[in-house]
Design a binder for this molecule. Sequence first.
Ligand code: PEP
Ligand code: MN
Length: 343
Amino acid sequence: MIIVMQAGATAEQLEHVIKKIEDLGYRPHVMHGVERNVIGAIGDERGKARLQTIENMAGVESVVPILKPYKLASLEVRKERTIIEVKGAGIGGKELMVIAGPCSVESEEQILASARAVKAAGANVFRGGAYKPRTSPYAFQGMGEEGLKLLAAARDATGLPIITEVMNPRDLDLIVKYTDIIQIGARNVQNFALLKEVGQTQKPVLLKRGMATTLQELLMSAEYILSEGNEEVILCERGIRTFETATRNTLDLSCIPVLKRMSHLPIVIDPSHAVGTWQYVPSMARAAVAAGADGLMIEVHPNPEEALSDGPQSLKPERFRKLMEDLVPFVNASGKTMPAQRA
Ligand code: PEP
Ligand code: MN
């Protein structure tokens, strides 16, 4: 349910309503608006009729049901677009967010070379996996904590905030100690236990759409994180499975306008995992920006032929630099700005 407060409602009246929501066994999420405050009351759907009684409380204008199954993620609850601050960069705001870096952390030399290259080309977030979800148990599984330390060293060397994937709730505390943004990979999009755990952290979460996840299901997964109290969720499209085999997956760019009508959460497009071949990455990156994406995630490796994972889809630093240049007119046309250079 959404409780809409009157324009002139006092802070005390707001407090009373919040207390009442809690007494009824629901979780209040207050959204402070310019003119009026709105409270989302989230909890067991079955007892929601009891919330209707709040309509008679002082300072309350109306109590209305949230029609969508995703509540906190929906535009019904929050009309303004969410902007997530990460070390001075506002994700979902005017500035395009460009996350770039290798698929996996492999060595100190590889990670520092990658971080310096993507920083020089103008990326504003650095990526690298230390825990890798591999199809084969015999493939490289990531460097674990050693990899997290190398990512932190790359942040120290460049000033770029870092993002890395968590696969297992057991590793979450450790990952939170090192990373600025937590990534939930496509394969874990419906790992609800993991989603609840990251929902209890204070770190922004980039949630990847699974290869067979509908947009409504993606938002329901976001809802798991939001409903635990973490409001900083970034949605990421990385390609879905279709009958087409010429590309690794099929990039669903239509998710951008669709998600913008469904949700206030920022949207990042990952063309690398979608197409699976570096030659196709730049055009899809430009198309994503033109369609209104809030950010891009691009795999970049100093020596893709030697990469321990996802080499075929990784851009060499020089090609990434060229992509960043070629993005400029598309970024300008979309009404955004290129990532600002920060110290
Ligand atoms: C990755 O970002 O390297 C990754 C494993 O992505 P996805 O979960 O989209 O496959
Ligand atoms: Mn990868």
